[in-house]
Design a protein around this ligand. Structure first.
Ligand SMILES: [Zn+2]
Length: 144
């Protein structure tokens, strides 16, 4: 039976057996876990990252963005977890799933490239124990 609502639990690590109707959130692992809300029993893990899902907690309820498409499970259910309510979305056709996967891969690749450009790896700063070549050159010039 598909659910219309869920509770959340903040955990350090996920329990061996996930309870139905609970969205487990581990900040430690930047991941949420729940049993598919269609009732099929599949365990669904959603990772939080700029390229994957993000979580919103307003002090009472947890929301997850974007929607969760369980394409790799037999149920192929698709829903949005918004403020403790499960909004059921339409199932996708195989073509649409493939297209979605392609777009997702493209989006992630572009994100990784953008990330590399935005933040170069930090370099150690060299202490200025010796004057640089330019400083030595100007000293040589002014000394004459
Ligand atoms: Zn399911």
């Amino acid at each position: 039976m598909s659910r219309a609502a869920y509770d959340h639990k903040f955990v350090k690590a996920f329990p061996d057996k996930l309870d139905e109707g609970i969205l487990y959130v581990s900040v430690e692992f930047s991941t949420a876990a729940h049993r598919c809300f269609c009732g099929c029993g599949s365990e669904v893990y959603t990772r939080f990252s700029p390229r994957d899902w993000s979580m919103k907690f307003n002090g009472e309820v947890v929301s997850i963005n974007p929607s969760i498409g369980n394409w790799s499970f037999p149920c192929q259910s698709h829903y949005i977890l918004d403020g403790g309510r499960v909004h059921w979305a339409d199932k996708w056709s195989r073509e649409r799933i493939e297209l979605g996967r392609l777009l997702d891969r493209d989006r992630k690749e572009r994100h990784y490239k953008g990330e590399l450009q935005a933040s170069p790896p930090p370099r150690p700063i060299e202490p200025a124990s010796r004057p640089g070549i330019l400083a030595r050159f100007t000293r040589w010039l002014t000394a004459r």
